[in-house]
Write a protein that binds this ligand. Structure first.
Ligand SMILES: [Zn+2]
Ligand SMILES: [Zn+2]
Length: 112
């Protein structure tokens, strides 16, 4: 195992907050692949081909664009979503709740 930089110091509560990385780690990528088995989160029923990062803030979210908080989406629906200007903070509803539930399901199944 090699470290790219200094090892982050553990905080008092013992958890290490890793530095934000815009590129998903191998584990996060595997989670995204797993998530895409579910149909598009918009409800259209189509095959998911991408993951979307809901930008809602909630306490367990480590960063605004957290790779553990994603929803599977069909690429076309995803484009529509961004074209409609939803790329901003939203209330904790809809896709954000789905991302939250999906993360816990992945944790329960030992994937995260
Ligand atoms: Zn859709
Ligand atoms: Zn998106």
């Amino acid at each position: 195992m090699t470290f790219q930089g200094p090892i982050p110091k553990a905080k008092k509560h013992g958890r290490v907050k890793p530095k934000y990385n815009p590129t998903p780690t191998a584990r996060e990528k595997a989670f995204h692949q797993w998530a895409m088995q579910f149909p598009c989160a918009c409800g259209c029923g189509q095959q998911s081909t991408v993951v979307h990062h809901p930008l809602t803030r909630h306490p367990e979210q480590r960063w605004r664009r957290d790779h553990e908080y994603v929803v599977p989406m069909n690429g076309f629906c995803h484009m529509d979503l961004h074209r409609a200007g939803h790329e901003r903070d939203e209330p904790f509803t809809g896709l954000a709740v789905k991302a939250y539930e999906l993360r816990w399901r992945a944790i329960d199944e030992g994937r995260l």
